[in-house]
Design a protein around this ligand. Structure first.
Ligand code: HEC
Ligand code: HEC
Length: 230
C-alpha cells in the first residue's frame, strides 16, 4: 500500500508540496479550534479546489484494495460502496476521518497526510469516485417489515434522503439507493446509539424512539429504493 502511495506522490511532487503547504497552513490556523471547525475549514478548501479526475483515478488505486475495483464495496457492507456517491459527501467523509471526527483507523490513515496529503488530493479522488457508476447491492435482504419501513422513511427520512434515495450533492446528503444493506443497517444502529458521533442531520433524535427491530427493514428499504424506482 505504501509503495502505491509513494509512486503516486512522486509524479506530483511539486503540486502536492504546494498544496500540502496550504493544508498545513489551514490546519495551523485552526490551532485550538475544535475538530468540527477544523473539518469545516478543510472541507471548504477541498471543495474550492478544481478537481483533476485523472489524478483522482491514480489515487483511487489505493481505495480499490478495500472498496473494490470499481468502488462497489463488499457484500458484508464492510467496506461500503462508494461508487457514485456525491462529491461533497465523499469529500466531507474523508475530511472527517482525517481530523478524527469520524472514527475508523484505516480510513483515518488513508485520508491522513501520508496518502491524501493535500486538499487537492481529496478533491481529485472525491471527483473521480463520484463519477463511477453505482451498482445495486445484490445480497439477499429481509423482506419483512418493508411496509412499515416505507411509511417511516416517507415520514422521517425522505425530506433529506429523497424519494428515490438519491440524496443531494448540494446538501451533503449521501445517496443511499443501491448502498450495501449491511452497511446501512450498521450505520443506522450506530447513529441510534451514538456510535457514529459525526452523523449530521439529528439522526439520534430521529431514530431513538424506534424499536431496534425496524432498523433492518429500514436499511433494506433504503438499499432497494433504486430498484423500486426502476
Ligand atoms: C483499509 C481498507 C480501506 C481503504 C484502503 C479505503 N477505505 Fe474507505 N472505508 C473503509 C471502511 C471499512 C469504511 C467504513 C467505515 C465505517 O463504517 O465507518 C470506509 C468508509 C469510506 C467512506 C464513507 C462512506 C459513506 O458512505 O459514508 C468513504 C467516502 C471512503 N471510505 C472513501 C475512500 C477512498 C476515497 C479511499 C481511497 C483514497 C478509501 N476509502 C480507502 C475501508 C477502506
Ligand atoms: C435533516 C436531514 C436528514 C434526515 C431527516 C435524515 N437524514 Fe440520514 N443523513 C443526512 C446527512 C446529512 C447524512 C450524512 C451524515 C454524515 O456523515 O455527516 C446522513 C447519513 C445517513 C446514513 C449514512 C449513509 C452513509 O453513506 O454513510 C444513513 C444510514 C442515514 N442517514 C439514514 C437515515 C434514516 C434511516 C433517516 C430517517 C429515520 C434519516 N437518515 C433522516 C441527513 C438526513
Amino acid at each position: 500500500m505504501e509503495t502505491v502511495a509513494v509512486k503516486i506522490k512522486m509524479g506530483h511532487l511539486v503540486p502536492v508540496l504546494l498544496a500540502a503547504g496550504l493544508f498545513v497552513g489551514v490546519t495551523a490556523l485552526a490551532g485550538s479550534s475544535t475538530k468540527a471547525e477544523q473539518a469545516e475549514q478543510e472541507l471548504r478548501v477541498v471543495l474550492a479546489a478544481k478537481p483533476d479526475p485523472a489524478h483522482g483515478e491514480r489515487l483511487f488505486a489505493i481505495c480499490t484494495q478495500c472498496h473494490g475495483g470499481s468502488g462497489q464495496g463488499s457484500a458484508s457492507g464492510w467496506p461500503p460502496q462508494i461508487a457514485g456517491q456525491h462529491r461533497s459527501v465523499v469529500a466531507r467523509e474523508l475530511v472527517e476521518f482525517r481530523v478524527g471526527l469520524r472514527l475508523y483507523d484505516p480510513m483515518s490513515r488513508i485520508a491522513g497526510r501520508h496518502v491524501l496529503g493535500a486538499p487537492q488530493d481529496v478533491a481529485d479522488v472525491a471527483a473521480y469516485v463520484a463519477g463511477l457508476t453505482p451498482v445495486q447491492d445484490d445480497t439477499e435482504t429481509p423482506t419483512a417489515g418493508l411496509n412499515q419501513a416505507s411509511s417511516l422513511y416517507v415520514a422521517r427520512c425522505q425530506d433529506c434522503h429523497g424519494a428515490d434515495g438519491q440524496g443531494s450533492d448540494a446538501g451533503y446528503v449521501p445517496r443511499v439507493a443501491g448502498q450495501r444493506y449491511e452497511y446501512l443497517r450498521r450505520q443506522i444502529e450506530d447513529a441510534a446509539t451514538g456510535r457514529r458521533p459525526d452523523m449530521h442531520g439529528q439522526h439520534d433524535a430521529l431514530l431513538r424512539d424506534l424499536p431496534v427491530g425496524v432498523f433492518a427493514g429500514l436499511a433494506a428499504y433504503m438499499s432497494g429504493l433504486h430498484r423500486a424506482g426502476e
